[in-house]
Design a protein around this ligand. Structure first.
Ligand SMILES: [Cu+2]
Length: 346
């Protein structure tokens, strides 16, 4: 029924437009072609000017209405640079936008057809062509140059003291793997992936470093401590989207990707700053990855080193989950400042 009405409305719209066009054609014949054309020209020129004014008011209104709804302060040190780049790009494109749009519509109004002047034929000017090609080229090269510089920094080597977390996406969830005390991730192989056997990432159980890796459902990070994420996927391409930190990286099956950043505020500080008691750092999947994509949300918790240490030692090692019969491993976590021996729960 709804479709029928939409089709009906469209048909009516078409019919009315057609009739108006026909009517103005008859009017033109009656009044004389030239006179009618000049009148239409004047109306069009005025409408273009009105469009400019209404459009600029619209731009201002949208800006006021949506102010404060985007982003907010970056929650990572690296994100500050990305924000600066964004604001520089917005400023440059904003200035160009206002100049070109105002000139475009104002000229269309000012230089409308007139009996008092004749159109000036001006087909080409090499100097002008060079100016409006070279200036944007230089500006864009500078913007892209800064972008590449920061990209190489973020995807390059992390600082020595960085903690490392492996992030694995799959339809439709995230899994996080922490190294144990040995500081080495256990080797894995996709053919060994078996959630039924408590081996969701395909750990090679006979690998010497496998006994203390823990797999978690939340990403815990330490405030002011750099973290390197090693990102992968088990099925299709996902994307680790950390908007609050201004970070984003594809999760590609078979090709690990990395990025590192330093969180600036703990979750608790962000709750205070935002005034939202339900604030959580979100890890969203930023790549359409299937019908459950919308629900592929991970939770990131940024906390102090002490809180993190308490949390990490409460995590069971994946080996102990897969081998409940094995003896408890005495291995404190690698990314802990405390050297205390901890018994991973069986
Ligand atoms: Cu996804």
């Amino acid at each position: 029924m709804q479709t029928f009405f939409i089709v009906l409305i469209l048909a009516f719209g078409f019919l009315i437009t057609f009739q108006i066009a026909k009517a103005s054609e008859y009017v033109a014949v009656l009044r004389g072609e030239e006179k009618a054309r000049k009148q239409t020209n004047r109306i069009n020129a005025f409408l273009l000017l009105a469009f400019l004014v209404v459009g600029l008011i619209g731009v201002y209104y949208c800006n006021e209405r949506l102010k404060g709804k985007i982003l907010g302060e970056s929650a990572s040190l690296q994100g500050e640079k990305i924000d600066t780049m964004l604001y520089i790009s917005l400023a440059i494109t904003g200035v160009v936008f206002f100049i070109t749009q105002i000139l475009l519509f104002w000229f269309a109004y000012k230089y409308q057809e007139s009996d008092k002047r004749k159109a000036y034929y001006y087909p080409h000017n090499n100097k002008l062509e060079i100016i409006w090609t070279v200036i944007p080229a230089i500006a864009l090269t500078a913007l892209v140059g800064f972008g590449i510089y920061y990209w190489f920094k973020i995807t390059g080597d992390a600082p020595q003291n960085a903690m490392q977390v492996e992030v694995t996406g799959s339809q439709f969830k995230w899994e996080f793997r922490y190294r144990g005390r040995d500081g080495v991730f256990c080797k894995k192989y996709y053919k060994y992936i078996s959630p039924e056997k408590s081996n969701p990432l395909g750990h090679l159980w006979d690998h010497p470093y496998n006994h203390d890796d823990a797999i978690t459902t939340e990403l815990h990070l330490v405030v002011n401590k750099p973290v390197k994420l090693i990102i992968g996927s088990k099925d299709v391409i996902h994307d680790v989207g950390l908007t609050a930190f201004r970070m984003k990286m594809d999760a590609v099956p078979g090709t690990p990707t990395t990025m590192w950043f330093t969180p600036k505020f703990t979750t608790k500080q962000m709750i205070e700053k935002s005034g939202d008691p339900d604030f959580v750092y979100e890890l969203s999947c930023d790549q359409m990855c299937g019908k459950g994509h919308y629900g592929m949300r991970g939770v990131v918790i940024v906390e102090t080193q002490e809180e993190y240490d308490r949390w990490i030692v409460s995590q069971k090692s994946q080996y102990s989950l897969a081998h409940p019969e094995a003896t408890p491993q005495k291995t404190p976590p690698a990314d802990s400042t405390k050297g205390v021996a901890v018994i991973l729960k069986n």
